[in-house]
Design a protein around this ligand. Sequence first.
Ligand code: MIC
Ligand code: SF4
Length: 642
Amino acid sequence: MGLNLAQKIIKEHLVSGEMVAGKEISIRIDQTLTQDSTGTMAYLQFEAIGIPRVKTKKSVAYIDHNTLQAGFENADDHKYIQTVASKHGVYFSKPGNGICHQVQLERFGVPGMTLLGSDSHTPTGGGIGMLAIGAGGLDVAVAMGGGPYYLMMPKVCKVVLNGKLKPWVSAKDIILEVLRVLTVKGGVGKVIEYAGEGIKSLTVPERATITNMGAELGATTSVFPSDEVTKEFLKAQGREQDWVELQPDTDAEYDEVVEIDLDKLEPMAAKPHSPDNVAKISEIGKIKVDQVAIGSCTNSSFMDMMKVAKVLKGKTVHPDVSLVIAPGSKQVLTMLAENGALADMVSAGARILESACGPCIGMGQAPASDAVSLRTFNRNFEGRSGTASAKVYLVSPEVAAASALAGVLIDPRELGEAPDVSMPSEFVINDNLVVAPAAECADVEVVRGPNIKPFPVNKELTEKVEGKVLIKVGDNITTDHIMPSNAKLLPYRSNVPYLAEFCLTPCDPEFPKRAKENGGGFIIGGSNYGQGSSREHAALAPLQLGVKAVITKSFARIHMANLINSGIIPMTFANEADYDEVENGDELVLENAIEQIKGASELVLKNKTKNKDIKVKVALSDRQVEMILAGGLLNYTRKQNG
Ligand code: MIC
Ligand code: SF4
């Protein structure tokens, strides 16, 4: 039987396990990336592991998330990351160089290699034919140290793209359509592999828009073949030597197939408050728009920006609209400045932001109360923009630019002929904002500001795990609910005790207080609990507050791994109906915890308040069982190393 693309790359990197879907495997990691908001934790953990120099082919530390620097905290974190990176053999991408995923694609991504990143949108690298996976900082720290990355062997879903996109319809509309079909849970446990005639007409940055937002499907990753289009892109980036051809075998098998006719797609939007709440622009109608934000790791490539500049050229942004644009990288911004497109944007009234995540993670540009904000980003979870009452629609750059002029959401096809934008045959290459690591570890002193606090580490599992239900939440709870991120909180990513005071507060402002008063306890969640970001703070903050287990209908992949890494037991209801029976304040106890966790996948949890047994599942590999027993990955690794 032939192999599909995902299986080929996995096979090439397999360290342990059998390539059977649902079984734990481990793979060798060639490249890693970190960004500043998850990076401090990743490097603190790397230091705790105690390996002097990274063992990957290339590791890069980016500063792109928190660039406001409203106080010393943030600048301190940047200094820490720069010095710790230099000491341990990691390249440092300075603030201003761009959004990690955009820069990684442009300058470092190599088809066929594996990339592990402490950011959930790491799969952007799938656009260039990498197996690029998002993970918690600790997993990335282990990978930097040369350890393999453990994951469940995914199923592979083939998405066949037929035909060709019509004018004004873009790559964003393709991934919105995939989200409409598969939903935010549809990719869990799967790699999404793109195939079909239609991919030939998609450039690498367009493919990267699709693999980037594959994160919103809950997928392990998404991947495109590496073909002539990939070669052209690498050549234009001066990296033709990095190209290899990668195709699935002709008799490759897939677990699932989805077909999409590109000719039939229309401009679409994901309506508030979920990336899978997708409708055609023509169906949504001409709603009034207050803000338009163009950029983010999904849609900030040179081509995207050129389309926007051409729509704006010679026009003026509607008086009631605030338009902000953040080009994705220094390369993109330089090219826009050199060819005059930047002037077209500015003279139309766009406010240009630095090449960073910015409004996507609530770092500024929070919309007005009840405002409608159109964003070319990938997530529109409630409150993520920084304004709880804002209504965020996720759209393509074409829809965003056209609507910024019109003042209402419009189908850009109303503007007539679509702008003609083609891939440059040469990008402007200048990597002067990438600082190479020091040749010798000893030459660098790591600088640690007062905001960098020790992170919580769990203890070995006890015989009895007991406590109260501290909170009960519904389906699709995101990491933005569990550990909110915005301009006020992002500076504290290396200060878990402070962050913990805000844990789950969007769901219940009293949660941190209650958790502390009760000496910790249990969280009850619905399905797809923990979707979204890779931030392990969504596990570390509950750990700080004494949370022992989280019981849900189902988990999102990265968050579940982060809980296990923190030694918090992820349980799922064996019988989903039991979710309805558990209430806030109920006293729960897992007797003989060690024996139960070791012995069976189905455990009995007692609800003492209701005098009822709840059957729960703990779907852990043998290694994960050992991690829970040891009290998390760090303790487990230390134990392994004696
Ligand atoms: C996000 O888009 O939510 C983030 C901010 O990039 C996160 C990482 C983080 O929380 O620092 C992600 O996607 O993993
Ligand atoms: Fe940054 Fe937004 Fe991309 Fe996350 S999704 S990496 S915050 S641009």
